[in-house]
Design a protein around this ligand. Structure first.
Ligand SMILES: Cc1cc2nc3c(=O)[nH]c(=O)nc-3n(C[C@H](O)[C@H](O)[C@H](O)COP(=O)(O)OP(=O)(O)OC[C@H]3O[C@@H](n4cnc5c(N)ncnc54)[C@H](O)[C@@H]3O)c2cc1C
Length: 383
């Protein structure tokens, strides 16, 4: 079996690796360099605290890989398990938190609902009086996406994947009934039994080449690296003030990554022409928001640097993972969760191509027809 994977981010590399492991001949085409798009701009968060079961299951299936990554792939991805702390300002959000924890516990996740006063034990700088409830999961955390890319890229090459960088796919070829391959920008044609769309923020234009309309839009998101006024200990969880969208997590030596999205959803951007730089006004707002609920930040905190990247967003913030038309497998639209869910996604892509159906976990809710039938999912734990 021949498969062309389009996209050399974490999702495409993971897919190529697991396909090769199943004995498939894989060519991976990446128009730039490996992992240089959204993957390089991620905060690297890995968590099981989602509000829909399908996201929790993707996390749990991926966690098995993240936990053993170094022994399997030979790369230390600097996986730091400092936990995630979600914070609720209203009783309504707190009630939702209790439901989330019950669902997560049913799926084997050891998360807990906390009184905000008890959350201070994990985040000593928290202004607990701002909140009415919290949830915490001790083994959530984050890892270095660039190191994970290196691990998957090396394994894919070792497994025989023909990894081609600076190789743009210019067209998807069909015979009228099924997708049959791709045409590269230099005119070369590659035949394939399956073409995998792992093009991230470019997934919709790639799908359009196969006459498929996918509701995936690129939205710009930013991160600032800040020297807080009081250093953030490395043991502090990734802390999210869910209703304002503000979050921060420790970096090294007391520094912190600060993020958040504070406008109504905003317009999509052109993935080839958007500003990759951080806006200083946004960063000042992000620090101000974080200062509202922790003592680490105030007007003296120093914004050192930052960057912007793209979320590939579907209408319900869940990915599309399916064989969309015969021979064309979609694995895109991960919003802010595609780094952490890449290990499960790659295995599911391999199952879709080789077995004809996914078996790692139930992803029947992730087909694109949900947007027509109105069976959209609602993920509330997003930042
Ligand atoms: C600020 C920010 C913070 C984030 N934080 C987190 C987090 O904490 N945890 C988390 O899990 N996720 C996070 N994410 C989301 C995460 O980065 C993405 O979901 C993930 O990287 C998607 O991986 P991908 O491989 O699908 O996309 P990408 O890494 O964007 O890869 C897609 C690749 O496809 C290539 N491509 C596109 N079209 C073509 C073509 N025609 N021919 C050849 N190649 C093509 C592109 O060049 C690109 O390299 C964050 C994202 C941002 C922007």
């Amino acid at each position: 079996m021949d498969v062309v994977v389009v996209g050399g981010g974490i999702v495409g590399l993971s897919s190529a690796h697991y396909l090769a492991e199943r004995g498939v001949d894989v060519v991976l085409c990446e128009k730039g360099s490996l992992g240089s798009a959204s993957t390089a701009r991620s905060a690297g968060g890995i968590r099981s605290q989602f509000s829909t079961a399908v996201n929790v299951r993707l996390s749990e299936a991926s966690r098995e890989v993240w936990d053993d990554f170094e022994s399997v792939f030979g790369v230390d991805i600097e996986h730091r398990r400092c936990g995630y702390l979600f914070l609720a300002r209203t009783e309504e959000a707190a009630a939702q938190f209790r439901e989330n924890v019950a669902m997560q516990n049913d799926l084997g996740v050891d998360s807990e609902f906390l009184d905000p006063a008890d959350a201070v034990e994990y985040c000593p700088g928290l202004k607990a009086e701002t909140f009415v409830g919290a949830t915490y999961h001790a083994t959530d955390g984050f890892a270095d996406p660039n190191l994970a890319v290196q691990g998957y890229a090396a394994a894919a090459r070792d497994g025989g994947v023909d990894v081609r960088t600076n190789t743009a796919v210019a067209d998807v070829l069909t015979d009228g009934a099924a997708v049959t391959g791709v045409e590269l920008a230099d005119g070369e044609r590659l035949d394939a039994d399956f073409v995998v769309n792992a093009a991230g923020a470019w997934a919709a234009p790639l799908a359009a080449m196969a006459d498929v309309d996918l509701p995936i839009e690129p939205h710009r998101r930013q991160i600032a690296v800040v020297d807080p006024t009081i250093p953030v200990p490395e043991s502090v969880p990734l802390t999210i003030d869910l209703e304002t969208g503000s979050y921060f997590r420790p970096e090294r030596d007391g520094a912190a990554l600060v993020g958040g999205h504070f406008e109504e959803d905003g317009d999509p951007v052109d993935p080839d022409r958007y500003s990759e730089s951080m806006d200083i006004e946004w960063a000042a707002t992000a620090v101000e928001r974080a200062a509202d609920y922790t003592t680490y930040f105030d007007g003296d905190s120093r914004i050192k640097r930052g960057w912007a990247g793209l979320y590939a967003v579907t209408p319900d913030h869940h990915p599309i993972v399916e064989e969309t038309i015969p021979g064309f497998v979609t694995a895109a639209g991960f919003s802010g969760h595609g780094f952490q869910h890449a290990p499960a996604t790659g295995q599911l892509v391999a199952e879709l191509c080789v077995d004809g159906e996914p078996s790692l976990t139930d992803i029947s809710e992730l087909t694109s027809d949900r947007f027509e039938t109105g069976d959209d999912l609602v993920e509330r734990n997003v930042a």
